[in-house]
Design a protein around this ligand. Structure first.
Ligand code: MRU
Length: 363
């Protein structure tokens, strides 16, 4: 996607004269500063995932793949790669793309002699990233048909509500939930996006709003509590969200607060779609009850960061000192509340049979 007119991805290898490195956009600095950062080794990659310089299930997977490639440049022995894999997998528990990417890289390297592993690791990480981009483009095309249907051929913009950031910043490019919105812009279909701010880390207010601003797509940031009210007023035509892990039966883990939006959508007859690329679907889990839910630092709830009017970036505390906070980072929306899953292979019902039909090789 474009950043101030320049085509940009969220992650790319730096292959100059020096040791191989990986560049990322440091998402902790957005939306007020656009800063890139280089990852020089496994520790840098693990840190970037853990503190959410990179985030979003597909991008976490891509960063882990390059993290393993960085590790292989230092030591490509079986034991070193196994240690690197464990370290990366431990960074964040909910997004299944992390384990998927690490296991894919390990499987690719397994049979190779040590000397050939580094090149193969970098090539596999690049291939994984290229596939992510292609998958998201396909999700965009399939989701565009849903947007057109929700608009019913009228000229006014289609109002789409989204939660968290499942845009291009959450992937290598194009995004998952936002891919149909970018496709609509390309196709000349008018849309307006309701952007949930998405407490506590505010990925909606900071990242989704930034992306839509860059793309010139009409949008409005709303408090997380506003969505149900807007649906009751008939001001939301459909919801599209992403997923960090979808179980084999179509239960969807996504950023905390997604479940409440799905409930409100069901009560108001608003279609609720989940953009789910294949690597985010976990066929090993029968349903969503077994999805590990990340508990993050309570300070993410207690403190809020932003730009003061005098230009300073500030972090301020909200609750009184002494009030404990809790920070479950994801929730699970039961499949019965999901109108459909938008995958790179097409839109399907959120159930075991439909998913197995689309991905026969994985069941
Ligand atoms: O905690 P984050 O920012 O890594 O959250 C993950 C997400 O980006 C969202 O849950 C998103 O909706 C699904 S990943 C495309």
């Amino acid at each position: 996607m474009l950043v101030q007119g320049t085509p940009t991805r969220t992650i790319w290898p730096v292959l100059d004269q020096g040791p191989r490195r990986v560049a990322i956009i440091d998402q902790t600095r957005l939306p007020h500063e656009f800063v890139t950062r280089e990852l020089a080794d496994l520790a840098d990659a693990a840190e970037a995932i853990a503190v959410m310089r990179v985030r979003g299930a597909p991008l976490i997977g891509a960063t882990a793949a390059y993290g393993l490639a960085l590790a292989a440049d230092r030591d490509a022995s079986d034991s070193a790669l196994a240690g690197a894999a464990n370290r990366l997998i431990a960074t964040r528990p909910t997004a299944v793309n992390l384990r998927w990417a690490v296991e894919r890289l390990l499987a690719r390297l397994d049979d190779l002699p040590e000397g050939r592993r580094p090149e193969a690791a970098w090539a596999e990480a690049a291939a994984l990233c290229a596939e992510d981009v292609a998958q998201n483009r396909a999700i965009g095309a399939h989701g565009l048909a849903l947007i057109r249907a929700a608009g019913g051929g009228r000229a006014e913009p289609v109002n789409i509500l989204t939660h968290c950031n499942a845009g291009w910043l959450a992937t290598v490019d194009w995004g998952t939930a936002l891919a149909p919105i970018f496709a609509a812009r390309e196709a000349g279909v008018a849309v307006h996006v309701w952007v949930d701010e998405t407490r506590p880390r505010n990925q909606g207010a900071s990242l989704t709003a930034w992306e839509l601003n860059q793309a010139g797509i009409p949008h409005t940031v709303i408090a997380d509590n506003a969505g149900g009210h807007l649906m009751r007023q008939g001001r939301v035509d459909l919801c599209i969200v992403g997923t960090d892990r979808t179980a084999a039966n179509g239960d969807v883990a996504n950023k905390i607060g997604t479940y409440l939006k799905a409930l409100a959508a069901r009560d108001n007859g608003v279609p609720f779609y989940v953009a789910a690329p294949g690597p985010s679907i976990d066929f090993t889990l029968a349903d969503g009850t077994a999805i590990p839910i990340e508990e993050r630092d309570a300070d993410e709830v207690a403190y809020i960061a932003g730009l003061a009017d005098d230009g300073r970036l500030l972090s301020v505390r909200l609750p009184p000192l002494g009030s404990p906070c809790a920070n479950p980072a994801f929730d699970v929306t039961p499949a019965r509340l999901v109108s459909g899953l938008i995958t790179e292979r097409g839109v399907c019902a959120a159930n075991r049979e439909a998913l197995a039909h689309l991905y026969p090789e994985r069941t």
